[in-house]
Design a protein around this ligand. Structure first.
Ligand SMILES: *Cc1c(COP(=O)(O)O)cnc(C)c1O
Length: 468
């Protein structure tokens, strides 16, 4: 889009609306107490701007809702399945297209087939569910991010890249026969939604091909990644994003996708590959746990909506609005004195709470404290990625500081407008001026596994002394 104006124009008009959860500060204060300072326990209708996740929270288009009515609900051989298969095959080029109910189902099936004790999966960075499924199979998940990924404040164009040299050293050390797969996560969700360059994908492709290791894409945000390549990588400025996306898939031997992200739907996923031996085994497991080959745990209408969403997401006007919105939020926060992972990723902005609230010790969960303050003052819901989520404790039950204290503000697709984002920036600017008043928290009770979902907290006993 040839757009010279500063306003981010949402490239859609609104046909159906849903009220926001408007509450008073007193109501939010009560809700927070009732929720034990855990935002997963807040009822969604008490949230004004919900930035908990971009997964499954997007708005479908009129064309997708039309597709929903046209969905073919036949058990076997449904027309909607063939639309789904055709769309994914033409985008990815893979022969075997297996529908699943969401991304982690593809991961469970794939790593049951190829994982197991004594094996290693290498990656730029595994997403949580990927890591969990690799480890559940008995295999080990090894991450090889580039160094600049961990230097949050310093901008770099492709912080999602893999460190190819480190990956090669590991392959040599463990032996290629013990490494059934390399996974490139695009964009790199665990490290701020940062993109991977085509150059890096090619380098990883060459490396893995040299050792006979297949490379798959965990492609939940493939379109956002392709758009970043167009914006930032030499030689791609004039290429259509769709072609760039196809080039990414051509480098890979397979892929899986959580369609709850870049397929612009609320549920769904797929596993795709050329290897017929693996796909035959995967289909056995599919029938066991998900469903028959032509629906895989989804309704026909879901398959139809995914097929349409995969076309819509490659509309460059949409992608410009999408990526620009995250950048705009990031710029606004920086201007308000709020440190972030810079530059912002594709699906949201990650606030560096460690730097923002130096007066709160890691044991008092600065990122959780910030997330709660954000809800209390503005009704905005983000998610902590820090000491509470990592949940590691020493022998005395004391929390061990996580390497990072972040609040992720994820952006649902096609849901919020520029004025919603302006509001988020305004609340943050207020918090920046009053941050000394934000107090740490302490855990009342927390389970050993995935504590952040169900932990109960309360304001820490006494105010923390301010120190840097
Ligand atoms: C969301 C996500 C998954 C898991 O997908 P679900 O649909 O939530 O099961 C896997 N990998 C990445 C990169 C993701 O973002």
């Amino acid at each position: 889009m040839d757009w010279k104006w500063k306003t981010i124009i949402e490239p859609f008009k609104i046909k159906s609306v849903e009220p926001l959860g408007i509450t008073t500060r007193a109501e939010r204060e009560a809700a927070l107490e009732q929720a034990h300072y855990n935002l997963f326990n807040i009822k969604a209708d008490r949230v004004l701007i919900d930035m908990l996740t971009d997964s499954g929270t997007g708005a479908m288009s009129a064309a997708q809702w039309g597709g929903i009515m046209n969905g073919d609900e036949s058990y076997a051989g449904a027309r909607s399945y063939y639309n789904f298969e055709r769309e994914i095959r033409s985008l990815t080029g893979f022969a075997e297209i297996i529908p699943v109910h969401q991304g982690r189902a593809a991961e469970k099936i794939l790593f049951t087939v190829i994982g197991g004790k004594g094996r290693f999966i290498v990656s730029n960075s595994h997403f949580d569910t990927t890591r969990a499924n690799v480890e559940f199979s008995g295999a080990e998940a090894m991450d090889f991010p580039v160094k600049e990924a961990l230097d949050f404040g310093r901008p770099a164009p492709f912080k999602g890249n893999a460190d190819v040299a480190a990956m090669e050293r590991f392959i040599k050390e463990k032996g290629a026969r013990n490494i059934p797969l390399c996974v490139m996560t695009v964009t790199n969700n665990s490290l701020g939604g940062q993109p991977v360059s085509m150059e890096n994908l090619k380098a990883v492709r060459n490396l893995t091909a040299k050792y006979g290791i297949p490379m798959f894409l965990d492609c939940a945000r493939f379109a956002e990644n392709a758009y970043f390549i167009k914006q930032r990588e030499k030689g791609y400025a004039q290429r259509p994003v769709k072609e760039i996306a196809k080039e990414m898939f051509e480098l890979a031997d397979g892929a899986w996708m959580s369609s709850k992200k870049d397929a612009l739907v609320n549920i769904g996923g797929f596993l795709a590959m050329n290897n017929r031996d693996w796909s035959a085994k995967a289909r056995q497991l599919l029938i066991l746990t998900e469903g028959f080959n032509t629906y895989g745990g989804l309704a026909g209408r879901d398959l139809e909506a995914i097929a349409i969403g995969l076309r819509e997401v490659l509309d460059e006007n949409y992608l410009q609005y999408r990526i620009r919105s995250a950048a705009y939020l990031g710029e606004g926060l920086l201007k308000a004195g709020v440190p972030i992972i810079n530059p912002p990723g594709g699906h949201g902005v990650y606030v560096n709470a460690k730097e923002f609230l130096p007066h709160i010790k890691p044991q008092n969960f600065p990122a959780q404290a910030l997330a709660c303050a954000l809800y209390l003052e503005g009704g905005i819901r983000g998610v902590e990625i820090g000491t509470l989520m990592f949940g590691k404790r020493d022998r005395n039950g004391q929390y061990l500081p996580a390497p990072m204290e972040l609040v992720r503000l994820a952006m649902p697709r096609r849901v919020y407008t520029q004025s919603h984002i302006d509001y988020v920036i305004e609340v943050f600017a207020w918090l920046a001026r009053h941050k000394k008043q934000i107090r740490g928290l302490e855990v009342v009770e927390a389970p050993p596994i995935l504590p952040h979902f169900t932990a109960k907290l309360r304001p820490a006993g006494k105010p923390q002394p301010a120190k840097v």
